[in-house]
Design a protein around this ligand. Structure first.
Ligand SMILES: Cc1cc2nc3c(=O)[nH]c(=O)nc-3n(C[C@H](O)[C@H](O)[C@H](O)COP(=O)(O)OP(=O)(O)OC[C@H]3O[C@@H](n4cnc5c(N)ncnc54)[C@H](O)[C@@H]3O)c2cc1C
Length: 374
């Protein structure tokens, strides 16, 4: 590795969430110089319900990030409900299908691991524009400073920003989805299990709500297509109905001000022509890597980032790095395509079966947590 100036890196990663941190850890471990840039300072709060797939444990092990504390709350009970809250079913689970994490702690540990691996974490640095040139990319920030890299990774979350600047075609095919979430502190000393209730078809736009219960926290999230204002309204309506059904206690805050809302999807990865721009790869939410059935983004963000890092490693040694980067599109589709894909059958049509037929309930759980087809 040649000696570089403090604003020069082999690879710059914009965004230090789970996707960006995963790329940074893997590349830094491989001896590649990495600048990991984020507009915030860590620990930072990211609106998130915090459920992660069981496969995250294996990924953390591979990244050598201590997982015991981060994944201390395995999900022990799952139930599906219909949007009217009139029908329920409980899948038979052989093992815990995932964990409930604290996103603030999780993301901070990941960025610390990136630093330990040798990456340079540049915080409070808002990237405002990208300028690809013949042999690299200039990364400009809000204070007028410019960073340089040979290859760039866009891991800036659910946003279309910068796609055009690096030559990736825009795609708004799937439309924007929002997620709204409320976390409510509780003290349930008698009950230490982590439970998850999944409510299907909450809104006419395929809305999905998840209610999690832990010993110290009850959280509710609603994910749906539509505009931010309508998601907030639908969230309040759902929370009110859950209270009436005694699935939420009276202390759970039901007012628009307590609802945190954010973009969760800017169009599915499968519908984007390419995730490769000029010297650039798109990963995580920035590339629409969200599972269609569960709207899960944390694990797909890390998975897509892992594949991107492996692609970049070979690109750094290739005669034409751009040609090597182009292999990313095929690699992630082969590995992740089935996991992210919507089911072959419309969920609305399947819904009655999910609540009347145990094998269908179990298949829905496998689709939700393992990305299997229903
Ligand atoms: C309310 C809500 C609840 C959710 N709940 C769950 C859940 O329970 N389970 C699940 O699997 N998924 C959930 N998701 C989705 C999940 O949060 C995302 O899929 C995941 O965070 C994607 O990780 P990422 O690294 O791609 O992006 P992010 O985690 O969004 O990280 C992007 C980073 O880029 C930084 N950044 C953005 N723009 C710039 C810029 N211009 N310059 C510098 N830095 C920048 C941001 O500060 C941020 O740190 C939820 C989403 C929402 C909105």
């Amino acid at each position: 590795m040649s000696k570089k100036k403090s604003n020069e890196f082999d690879v710059i990663v914009v965004g230090a969430g789970p996707a960006g941190a995963t790329v940074a850890i893997k590349l830094a471990k491989a001896g590649i110089s990495v600048g990991l840039i984020d507009k915030d300072r860590f620990p930072r709060r990211k609106p998130c319900l915090g459920w992660v797939n069981g496969n995250v444990a294996r990924l953390l092990d591979e990244l050598e990030v201590a997982s015991k504390q981060l994944l201390a709350r395995p999900i022990q009970r799952v139930a599906f409900h219909n949007g009217e809250l009139s029908k329920s079913s409980v899948p038979t689970l052989k093992d815990s299908p995932g964990f409930l994490i604290d996103r603030t702690v999780f993301d901070e540990r990941m960025t610390n691991a990136a630093k330990r691996a040798g990456a340079t974490l540049i915080e409070k640095c808002e990237v405002t524009s990208l300028e690809p040139y013949e042999s690299g990319v200039n990364v400009l920030n809000a204070k007028g400073k410019t960073y340089h890299c040979e290859l760039l990774v866009l891991a800036n979350g659910a946003s279309n920003a910068f796609r055009g600047q690096v030559g990736v075609g825009r795609s708004d095919v799937g439309g924007t989805r929002y997620s709204a979430v409320v976390e409510h502190a509780v003290d349930r000393k008698s009950n230490t299990s982590a439970d998850i209730d999944i409510i299907l078809g909450v809104t006419p736009q395929n809305g999905l709500a998840i209610l999690t219960r832990q010993k110290d926290k009850v959280s509710l999230a609603l994910n749906s297509a539509g505009d931010e204002e309508s998601i907030r309204e639908q969230f309040i309506d759902l929370a009110t109905r859950l209270r009436e059904k005694e699935m939420l206690d009276d202390g759970f805050p039901i007012n628009p001000k307590s609802v945190q809302c954010g973009v969760s999807n800017v169009g599915p990865a499968l519908e984007l022509d390419s995730h490769v721009g000029k010297h650039t790869l798109l990963v995580g939410d920035a590339g629409g890597f969200i599972a269609a059935v569960s709207q899960e983004g944390n694990y797909p963000a890390m998975w897509s980032a892992k594949i991107a890092a492996e692609t970049i490693e070979s690109a750094m040694n290739a005669e034409s790095s751009q040609d090597a980067l182009m292999t990313f599109d095929t690699k992630w589709r082969l590995e992740m395509g089935d996991y992210l894909r919507p089911p072959n059958t419309d969920l609305q049509l399947l819904a009655p079966l999910i609540f009347s037929n145990q094998p269908m309930t179990d298949r829905m759980a496998n689709a939700f947590f393992l990305g299997e087809n229903i």
